[in-house]
Write a new protein. Structure first.
Length: 289
């Protein structure tokens, strides 16, 4: 499955119920129950479960005790609110992953688009809006960084006014998004410094950054003040985050908590199990330290 492409303050998770099993078994919805600890605010990316009708999926989240969902837009919000699900990372502005803020020719339309979308996010009661650097297309990284900063600075006043955090996602350019510019923590951190606003941060995707640079926990320790949101995923393969892959998520979650982070951690692995909801339960349980 291809990762999504599209155009276009943290709530605490309440106590919920999760299924849990040890080992390599693939649990189902009737497994033994496990109560959430409420240390991590759990979310999930909608696109990973796109085959499940939205209302059914929202009911699943209620059953699991998951209180938020990532990568949703205005068309999703009324139904999400019906089920008490927060939009922890909104989308709905821009041209998608490949065409972004590093392209000066797109700035006029991007600025207009985000200027219109930021108040909508705030009016709906949400606080995070995603953005992308765009692909290099032969552009030097320093030039692209300068271009991104120049454009994004122009929407910071409206983001600050409405209490919305614009977040650029760190993605890998090795496997999933060839040529994407914002593919290293250091580049993203420098962009944050140049913009100089608390309303601009990075969406730190653990799966993507494991591919590009590794050293996940050290980077969280060193740069957490620039990270406004987290995504999970198993590497290699972007499937379940259990012992079938190389990242040890309990330690990563402990490192995130130690920084004082109060936002959401969204599961963004693509389930390989027939029972996708059981896979999601397992992922949330692993991260619920």
């Amino acid at each position: 499955m291809k990762r999504r492409t599209f155009i276009g303050t943290s709530a605490a998770a309440s106590v919920g119920v999760l299924a849990y099993k040890n080992g390599n078994a693939m649990p189902n919805a009737q497994s033994d129950t496990y109560k959430l600890k409420n240390n991590i605010n759990h979310s999930v990316c909608r696109w990973c479960y796109k085959d499940i009708p939205m209302e059914d999926f929202l009911k699943n989240l209620n059953e699991l005790g998951i209180k938020a969902m990532d990568l949703t837009g205005p068309e999703d919000w009324p139904l999400m609110k019906k089920y008490g699900i927060h939009s922890s990372m909104c989308w709905g502005a821009g041209f998608g992953i490949e065409k972004g803020w590093n392209d000066l020719s797109l700035h006029k339309e991007l600025i207009a688009d985000y200027t219109q979308m930021i108040p909508k996010v705030a009016e709906a009661g949400f606080t995070n809006l995603i953005c992308f650097s765009g692909n290099r297309n032969g552009m030097d990284d320093a030039v692209g960084l300068k271009n991104c900063a120049e454009g994004l600075k122009k929407i910071m006043p409206i983001a600050e006014k409405h209490g919305v955090m614009v977040q650029m996602e760190l993605l890998n350019s090795k496997v999933n998004h060839p040529d994407y510019m914002c593919d290293k923590s250091a580049w993203g951190v420098e962009l944050c410094k140049q913009i100089g606003s608390e309303n601009f941060k990075l969406l730190y995707d653990i799966y993507h950054m494991q591919i590009m640079e590794g050293d996940i926990i050290r980077n969280i320790q060193d740069f957490n003040q620039y990270f406004g949101h987290y995504h999970t995923g198993g590497n290699p393969g972007r499937h379940e985050i259990d012992e079938t892959q190389e990242l040890f998520y309990p330690a990563i979650m402990k490192a995130i908590l130690k920084t004082g982070y109060k936002g959401y951690v969204a599961q963004e692995f693509v389930p390989s199990w027939d029972d996708q909801i059981a896979a999601l339960k397992q992922g949330v349980t692993i991260c619920d330290i």
